[in-house]
Structure formats: C-alpha cells, structure tokens
Design a protein around this ligand. Sequence first.
Ligand SMILES: C[S@@+](CC[C@H](N)C(=O)[O-])C[C@H]1O[C@@H](n2cnc3c(N)ncnc32)[C@H](O)[C@@H]1O
Length: 291
Amino acid sequence: MTDQIHDHDARVLNDHYDALATGSGQSLVVRLRAAFRDAGRDPERLTLDEVAGIDQLHLGGRAASRSLLALGELLPDQRVLDVGCGTGGASRLLAEEAGCEVVGVDITRAFIEVAEWLSAATGLASRTRFLCADAARTPLPDRACDVIWCQHALMNMPDVAGVLAEWRRLLVPGGRVLLHEVVAGDNPEPLVLPVPWARTAATSHLQGREALQARLEEAGFVPVCVRDVTETALAWRQKHARRESGERSASAPLPGPTLIFGDEFVEMGRNLRDNLAAGRVRILEGVWHLA
Ligand SMILES: C[S@@+](CC[C@H](N)C(=O)[O-])C[C@H]1O[C@@H](n2cnc3c(N)ncnc32)[C@H](O)[C@@H]1O
C-alpha cells in the first residue's frame, strides 16, 4: 500500500468512514473477514456478488456503475483511475466487465486495506491496484490515465479545484472524466444529517450542478453528455431503506453497509432518501473530455 496521506482533511474522513474501528478495537478488514466466516463463506475466496453489499458505497449499486460504464464506452486495456474508490467495487467491475486496468485511490486507509483484500479474494488482484492518497496529490506520473472515474466522492472533497487540476495532469490528451456524483439540489434547506458521507457538515462539501459544471469547464473539461438520474437513485434508495429496516432479522446475511457504518446506517439511508425526495440533493452522471 502506498501512503501519500496528508493533514486534517484525511483525519476527518478517516474518522468518518472508519468510525467503528475505535469502538470495536478491530480494524474494518478484520471485522469484515469475520462476518464472511459467520455467513459461511471463505473470506479468501469470494464472488463479486457476495461482496456487493460492502463494495458499492454509492446510490444504485452495480447497476449505477454499469450505467456510467455504458455511457462512457470504456475499452479493454484502457487505464482508469477510480478516484475515491472506497472499498474498490467499481474498480473490480471495470476490470471484470470492461477489461480495464484500474488504479483506485482513496484517502481512507481502512478502505484501501479492504479493497486490496477483496480484489485478491475475487481473483482480480492483477488488474486492480490501490493507493492510499489524497485525490489532489496522487503519486502517479503525468498522463498516466485514459479515463478518470469518480462515483460519489467529490461531495467529500473541500479542494475540488485541486482535484480537477490533478485530473488534468493525469489524463492523456483527449482523456475522459466519468462522473456519478451527488450535488446540491434546488431546495436551499440544510441537508438532514447523518448521511452516508457525513455525520456532520465537516465532511460534506456539496456544490450545485451548475457550479460543478462550471468548475469542470474552467479546468478544461468539455461536457459530452450529462444526465440527472435523481429519480432512479431515489427509487433504489427507497427499496433499500425498506430492506435495511429488516436487515437484522435475516439469518446469517452477507456483510452489508452496517458493518462499515454501524446501525446508524439505517438512519443515514433514510435521511438520504428524504434529502433526495425533498430536492436537497440531486444525482448526476456524465462524461466530459479534456479539451
Ligand atoms: C461515498 S464513498 C464512495 C466510494 C466509492 N467511490 C463507491 O462508490 O463505492 C466516498 C469515498 O471518497 C473518499 N475520499 C473522500 N475525499 C477524498 C480525497 N480527497 N482523496 C481520496 N479519496 C477521498 C472517501 O474516503 C470515500 O471512500
């Protein structure tokens, strides 16, 4: 694991996404391995279906990643940087389903440990690599990527301008950015917290659709296709909120997001549903290319 972590923002995000480590005294990877064993699975040999409950930390799960993949028309062997990769679900999906070579970068150390383990356990370690670093300061050389992929991560980043400058540095000429992002909606009421990316305002840096698009254009990214997918995301969240309310009654269920976020995830999911329904947040997916 390469370590390029800096400063206060990294601590705040690690505290948010790895909050249970302190209380339980066990690292996330240890807790998740034990949970797979409890569910009757070998934690060293898992399928992508079995790990989907803990490696899709965005609205819409794998269907949303496949939608962005279809929009972006990725080709085999393209070099993709998965920015804010979390536990690496999209990185593995792009390697498995599109044949891409993927590097995932994330500031949360515990997620990188889990991403490396899950890629090894699902047989995708040779096509996915993970770095623990700030997306604004990656240890990669200039023009290392054909595509930047980013799902539900910019809303955690206070320095979006720095991140976009880094994308410009990392992309080859004509390279593309594929985004699936949470943006502020038209309803100016404050976000109801907690949500999965924030228990307090300290880790939420939502910007409106127009502001995000303007920033992308200022950084030299030209829109190819941008869609509002809020309704699809809301329908998915409503379905999952109902399922999560009954999660504890299931017998030996496969690990899900409550193992990462704790029981508070049920409230986070409901608040996200309500924020979507009330227009406090919206969801975009789109493709931009480097001018
Ligand atoms: C909601 S999760 C989404 C994870 C993943 N993209 C997915 O969809 O499953 C947001 C991720 O962004 C990461 N992140 C936030 N700020 C970051 C930064 N400045 N550099 C790298 N990763 C960051 C967080 O650690 C977290 O894993």
